[in-house]
Design a protein around this ligand. Structure first.
Ligand code: ASP
Length: 320
């Protein structure tokens, strides 16, 4: 197994063999999670703290379940009631928690780069559960696992990522991962929702859904990230749905067996038609949620192995 990382801060620093290692191990956790008894002891005796400074449903729940299924002691820090509200800085909060000797720290923060900063101040393994517009590595890994299981491979696929690319950490992490695995990526959305410098990303860029979806194997829809918009990026939601919302008519331009993905939370009738989202013959949105738990188990298991090995070397006095 190849996985050298000390933290999981983004896809940027993961090599293709490390990505494959996470996905292969996650496949075994999918099997475990389908059993009645879903317990292992990979993290037995270890402490996991989840710190979510931004709202989350799927990610927080799945990190919590993942830790518990691996046998860790899991604590969810109630940020809304913590000293953060009294003005404590992120670093002070991190140092306070660090003094309690956690082994894994799972952090979501509204500022890009905040999780990297925090990782440099603590001596446990840190997992980025989404930082601003920067990265959401476990989302890209769970998307990759979903695609690999649905398509039987993770290379040479035409993947269309559609909607609010500019404000999406999901798009950024997916772009990095799918690019490393040699897929053809198309970005589709209105020019106002494309990031600066998009033409240098090495992807094809479209502002017309039908043209962009032509022959796609995977259609990944994104939510309009209104919390990160400070102004009018679209004329109206109605018009946006008309031009960029995925429905059966637009999906017909993709390959007949193309899968439909969405990281959630979904805005039905804004970026995706509600019936299509529920169509189990096309939509893999529920599989994505299932894969999320398995991928987070795999990532935490691998980081914990590296942490144990590092501590073992330190205890033996080996200088690294
Ligand atoms: N849940 C994903 C994220 O945290 C996508 C979204 O919020 O639209 O980035």
């Amino acid at each position: 197994m190849t996985f050298r990382a000390r933290h999981l801060l983004g896809i940027e620093h993961l090599a293709p063999d490390e990505i494959r290692t996470v996905l292969d191990l996650a496949d075994t956790y999918v099997d475990l999670n389908r059993r009645t008894i879903k317990r292992t002891d990979a993290l037995a005796g270890m402490t996991q703290i989840n710190m979510f400074f931004e709202a989350s449903t799927r990610t927080q729940a799945s990190f919590e379940l993942a830790g518990k299924r691996l046998g860790a002691d899991v604590m969810n820090m109630a940020v809304a009631h913590s000293s953060v509200k009294k003005g404590e800085t992120l670093i002070d909060t991190a140092l306070t928690l660090n003094a309690m000797h956690p082994d894994l720290l799972v952090v979501r923060h509204p500022s890009s780069g905040a999780v990297n900063l925090l990782a440099s101040k603590v001596n446990c393994a840190v997992l980025n559960a989404g930082d601003g517009k920067h990265e959401h590595p476990t989302q890209a890994l769970l998307d990759a696992l979903t695609i690999r299981r649905a398509k039987g491979r993770l290379q040479r696929l035409v993947v269309a990522i559609c909607g609010d690319i500019a404000h999406s950490r999901v798009a950024r992490s997916n772009l990095l991962l799918l690019g490393k695995m040699e897929n053809r990526i198309r970005l589709i959305g209105p020019p106002t929702l494309m990031p600066a410098g998009v033409n240098e990303f090495g992807c094809e860029v479209y502002d017309d859904m039908r043209a962009g979806l032509e022959g796609a194997d995977v259609v990944m829809m994104l939510r309009l990230q209104k919390e990160r918009m400070d102004g009018g990026f679209i004329p109206s939601e109605r018009e946006y749905y008309h031009r960029y919302g995925l429905d059966a008519e637009k999906l017909a331009f993709a390959k007949p067996d193309a899968i439909v993905m969405h990281p959630g939370p979904m805005n039905r009738g804004v970026e995706i038609d509600g019936e299509l989202a529920d169509d189990i013959n096309r939509s893999v949105i529920q599989e994505q949620v299932e894969m999320g738990v398995a991928v987070r188990m795999a990532a935490m298991d691998l980081l914990a192995r590296n942490l144990k090995a590092e501590r073992g070397r330190m205890a033996a006095g080996v200088v690294v």
